[in-house]
Design a protein around this ligand. Structure first.
Ligand SMILES: [Zn+2]
Length: 154
């Protein structure tokens, strides 16, 4: 395994993803087969009720398989946290990392930038206070005792 296995989607999750995909495909085939056999038997009303019941079961089973397959895929792709099963943000961040990295690392970049912006924000410089001379209206430093223009005490 590479040096940073925590940065890759764990193999069990990848397996879950592909198993979910397979399950979805099987469910879809099962579901579609109902319509195919329905078309082939169109106009044939022998044992109609019996067949209809079997097809209903197949259609329903197909739908369930597809739903479960989709759920497994979502879990495999984003992890428990990413798919909303676990709401611990610390865990979510870790689970989502391979995902956000595959998306160009935009999420990570945004998070890094936000952190960087916060740390490099220099403390605001103290406000410069000037005192206007009453005699000549020149601006003097706030601690000046005498005006730098006319020499009057400020
Ligand atoms: Zn002055």
């Amino acid at each position: 395994m590479p040096n940073q296995p925590q940065r890759e989607i764990p193999p069990d999750r990848a397996l879950l993803y592909y198993a979910g995909m397979l399950l979805t495909a099987v469910g879809m085939l099962l579901f579609l087969s109902v319509f195919v056999s329905g078309c082939m038997n169109f106009g044939n009303f022998d044992h109609f009720e019996e067949r209809a019941r079997g097809e209903m079961a197949r259609a329903f089973g197909g739908m369930v398989l597809m739903a479960v397959g989709q759920g497994m895929r979502a879990l495999g792709a984003a992890g428990l946290a990413g798919s909303g099963v676990v709401l611990d943000p610390q865990k979510a961040r870790k689970d989502l990392e391979p995902w956000s990295r595959s998306a160009g690392g935009m999420l990570a970049d945004a998070l890094d930038e936000a952190g960087l912006a916060k740390t490099t924000d220099a403390p605001a410089p103290p406000p410069v206070v000037k005192v206007r001379c009453r005699g000549c209206a020149a601006l003097n430093d706030e601690h000046a005792k005498f005006c730098n223009q006319c020499g009057q005490p400020v």
